[in-house]
Design a protein around this ligand. Structure first.
Ligand code: AHR
Length: 521
């Protein structure tokens, strides 16, 4: 569910920002200065921040991942080899499944046993198409095995029961008992690991239209019956707020926080002034570019304020914030199936991704999981498919460039940058984050959100004796540059060797509308 960027609060914030920055209109040529504090390392950038979300929605599962017995598309046990290989390469740590809104109407027993005997249901949330239940629990864990990812299942609170959810967990994790025997008869003797469980999804909306007090009680009740076998843990994540609903966070934390490991937050960037999404994914103008990136930046304010509410009840930050749905939401691609949320993915989405991943670095003490929506063919996807064909999106390339961030240590970076402005939308031109990986190597990401001006950045390296830097740049001539099946490499990372380090200062000129990731040596 969505909140428009142009809420009164956001307008006030933008106005205040504009007043505080008199040089908004003329930023050309003003350099960016920054300090990277390698001497005061921050928290870990949890690998689970790169979680992917795969819902039974459109071609997110069927066609995009699962082709079953279709021999015309190379697959292993039903999952297409090309998509799985791309995801393995990305080092996807966790896959959230089966929804989304789908989760609160999903009954796990309908997705086990012989595929031909599984009931065919209607996907009431997404297009009213038939749901064959061909991908169920065993297939999901097979996908995780192939990708090398861990499980994050959203359980059904909406129209399910606490018993149903508890028995699903037992079926998955238990080494013994009737449910374990049934699992073995269905082809998997060994229990699987279930490190993460969502107690419903969007309980304020498609998950049951609950008030926060009722949702808190339901979360406590369902959570009570989630039991992990000896020596294992299932982390419980409550259904969290829609965008700026701080009352929701306050109520859940107050009434159920002691029972939780994580609390979710959903925030989509929806340019165009409100719901339903009407801005096209490509073929947009600079106004829309700026509006989208300003919308993405709102994540910073949302996390800051939700974190502050959580701090009231959990100052030690034991409960993590799981931003388990984020990304852009545009008008669906012309000609695509209504309800399938299929959208192209352009350089603009790449900048949304880098902006958001940088924001998570600033909040890595509280945000320890996030899931972009969604992994394949839906919303801000990593890959798009059509029949046998597959293409990697600009967002995929950003996730690839940020791979070293997984479980690395955040190095704080202060950035003083000119402002980029278009119409009523203003923002700092340059975004960035930095990490030190487990092997000791330092990586710096810098994005230039200004689509017109290059930006020269000098970064003082405090506590770091690096002497050279090289990496990759992602950019293109057009704001809406994107990859198609006919031109799959229109937007792809290129080597970047134009950065230098002299006397402890990193110097780099960022092209307009670019993402640069550097390895420092
Ligand atoms: O990602 C699409 C939908 O957006 C999800 O099903 C729901 O949780 C959210 O409203």
């Amino acid at each position: 569910m969505i909140t428009s960027l142009r809420t009164a609060a956001a307008s006030l914030l933008l106005a205040a920002t504009a007043l505080a920055t008199p040089a908004l209109a003329d930023t050309g040529g003003t350099p960016t200065t920054a300090t990277l504090h390698a001497d005061t390392p921050g928290p870990t950038y949890d690998a689970r921040i790169f979680t992917q979300f795969a819902e039974h929605l459109g071609n997110g599962i069927y066609g995009g991942l699962w082709v079953g017995n279709d021999k015309s598309i190379p697959n292993t046990n039903g999952f297409r080899n090309d998509v799985v290989a791309a995801l393995r390469e990305l080092k996807v740590p966790v896959i959230r499944w089966p929804g989304g809104c789908f989760a609160d109407e999903y009954h796990w027993r309908e997705g086990i046993g012989p595929q031909g005997k599984r009931p065919v249901k209607i996907n009431t949330n997404w297009g009213g198409v038939t749901e064959p239940n061909a991908v169920g629990t065993h297939e999901y864990f097979e996908l995780l095995r192939q990708v090398g990812a861990q499980a994050y299942i959203s359980g059904n609170v909406g129209n399910g029961t606490a018993r149903e959810m508890a028995e699903w967990v037992e079926y998955i994790t238990s080494p013994a008992g009737s449910l374990a025997d049934e699992r073995a008869r269905n082809g998997h003797k060994e229990p699987w690991a279930l490190p993460l469980l969502g107690i419903g999804n969007e309980l304020w909306g498609c998950g049951g239209n609950m008030r926060p007090e009722y949702a808190a009680d339901e979360t406590r009740r369902f959570g009570t019956f989630i039991k992990a076998p000896e020596g294992t843990r299932v982390l419980k994540i409550a259904s969290g707020a829609n965008a700026g609903d701080y009352t929701w966070t306050d109520t859940i934390m107050r009434l159920a926080g002691d029972q939780l490991d994580g609390l979710s937050l959903h925030y989509y960037t929806v340019p165009g002034g409100g719901w339903p999404p009407r801005v096209p994914a490509v073929g947009f103008d600079e106004h829309s570019w700026a509006e989208t990136l300003a919308g993405a930046r709102r994540m910073d304010e949302l996390i800051t304020r939700h974190s502050a509410v959580m701090d009231k009840y959990d100052p030690a930050k034991r409960v993590f914030l799981a931003v388990d749905e984020w990304g852009t939401w545009y008008a669906q691609d012309p000609g695509s199936h209504p309800g399938f949320l299929r959208q192209q993915n352009s350089l603009r989405d790449a900048l949304v991704a880098s902006t958001t991943l940088d924001i998570f670095a600033r909040h890595a003490d509280r945000v320890r999981l996030s899931a972009i929506a969604q992994m394949v063919n839906v919303l801000q996807a990593m890959v798009l498919t059509e029949g046998r064909k597959m293409v990697l999106t600009p967002t995929y390339h950003v996730f690839m460039m940020y791979r070293p961030w997984q479980d690395a240590t955040v190095l704080p970076i202060d950035i003083v940058t000119p402002w980029y402005a278009k119409d009523e939308f203003t923002m700092p031109a340059v975004s960035g984050s930095a990490v030190r990986d487990k092997a000791g190597a330092v990586h710096v990401a810098l994005s230039n959100r200004d689509p017109n001006q290059a930006n020269t950045v000098t970064v003082k390296l405090a506590g770091l004796a690096a002497t050279s830097a090289s990496g990759q740049v992602l950019t293109a001539a057009a704001m809406d540059a994107h990859n198609t099946f006919a031109a799959p490499d229109a937007v792809r990372p290129a080597p970047f060797n134009a950065a230098t380090i002299q006397n402890g200062v990193l110097n780099v000129t960022l092209p307009p509308k670019s993402v640069v990731v550097l390895d420092l040596r």
